[in-house]
Design a protein around this ligand. Structure first.
Ligand code: MEV
Length: 323
């Protein structure tokens, strides 16, 4: 298992001072839902994420911004996740959590919260830096409180700090970095919340029970888009990447995982010149999406345009090339 923390400099990036930690959100480019059935996924850690500060205190928790009411209904509260991460330390500290990206949208905010809380605890107690595998296992145990039996794809991506491939495994998943031949400019955004990861994963399971071969074939196709998408990212073939993104979105749409309002945003992105656009993460109603663009200028302009639509939050992300 690769030690991402050391090899990829993740900890250098996340720790700001002794008691403050940052963990990035995640964006699944390919493989959501299919990964639950053993297929590979591809995802990146975002520039936006969750920042968490611990100071000596008595268990007070301050969240910014305030979270939407849906969060309490479909997922565990940040307070519960924090308690799971900090244990008895929770009563001896005050915690400030800043969510720098939309929550319950598919950006892995609970995985980022778990990782940031573990890193902040580690710094607060002045313990030696956690090896990546230990961080992964501890964050996954916390994440499972929020989402039930997740594959760990969110924790895997968030804790890697880079663009990675992910294959679920019997004990730990296999996670590998994906070097890019050329920079890739994306618009990343969301419209409202998804339907709650557990509920939406349940919808796919119900369809699979109703029509096993057909659903399995769709999930295998999603796995193929992960493989083709990864190869296109490695070789810098934008046409192939575009085709993989379009097919993946079409399959997710066919599986009933794209709400009509989010589809309208995807259509708008393409009408405004995006090469391809796709939902990202669990989907269901609203939630996260991304659009592939030619370059950062186009991504910035498109993000600005999409942000004028009611309820849409969008920004540009540039994935750098590696030698
Ligand atoms: C959620 O980010 C990804 C899903 O595939 C669920 C999982 O893998 O645990 C929908």
């Amino acid at each position: 298992m690769m030690d991402f923390g050391r090899k990829l400099g993740f900890f250098d990036r996340v720790l700001e001072d002794a008691h403050t930690a940052f963990a990035p959100g995640k964006l699944l480019l390919f493989g959501e839902h299919a990964v639950v059935y053993g297929e590979p996924a591809v995802g990146l850690s975002l520039t936006k994420g969750v920042q968490l500060r611990l100071s000596p205190g008595s268990g007070q928790l301050k969240l910014s911004p305030a979270l939407p009411a849906e969060v309490g209904k479909a997922a565990k509260s940040p307070g519960e996740l924090l308690e799971a991460a900090l244990g008895e330390l929770n009563t001896r500290v005050d915690t400030e959590i800043h969510f720098g990206l939309p929550v319950m949208a598919g950006f892995g905010s609970s995985a980022a919260l778990a990782v940031a809380a573990l890193l902040a605890k580690n710094a607060f107690l002045q313990e030696a830096a956690m090896p990546w595998a230990e961080l992964f296992d501890a964050a996954l145990a916390i994440e499972r409180r929020a989402h039930g039996q997740t594959t760990g794809v969110d924790v895997g991506i968030v804790s890697s700090g880079v663009l990675v491939g992910f294959l679920p495994g019997p004990a730990r998943p296999h996670i590998w970095p994906i070097p890019l031949k050329r920079p890739i400019a994306l618009v990343v955004g969301s419209l409202g919340q998804h339907g709650g990861t557990q509920a939406v994963v349940g919808r796919v399971a119900a369809l699979k029970a109703q029509a096993p071969e057909m659903t399995q074939a769709a999930l295998r196709t999603l796995g193929e888009t992960s493989k083709r998408g990864e190869a296109a990212l490695r070789s810098g073939d934008l046409a192939d990447l575009q085709a993989a993104i379009q097919l993946a979105h079409g399959v997710l749409l066919g599986l009933g995982l794209v709400g009509p309002a989010l589809q309208a945003v995807i259509d708008a992105a393409k009408a405004e010149g995006a090469l391809a656009a796709k939902i990202s993460g669990a989907g269901g109603d609203g939630g996260a999406f991304y659009a592939l663009t030619e370059d950062l200028n186009q991504a910035n302009a498109l993000a600005k345009m999409l942000s004028t639509r009611p309820g849409v939050v969008a920004w540009a992300e540039l994935l750098p090339a590696h030698d």
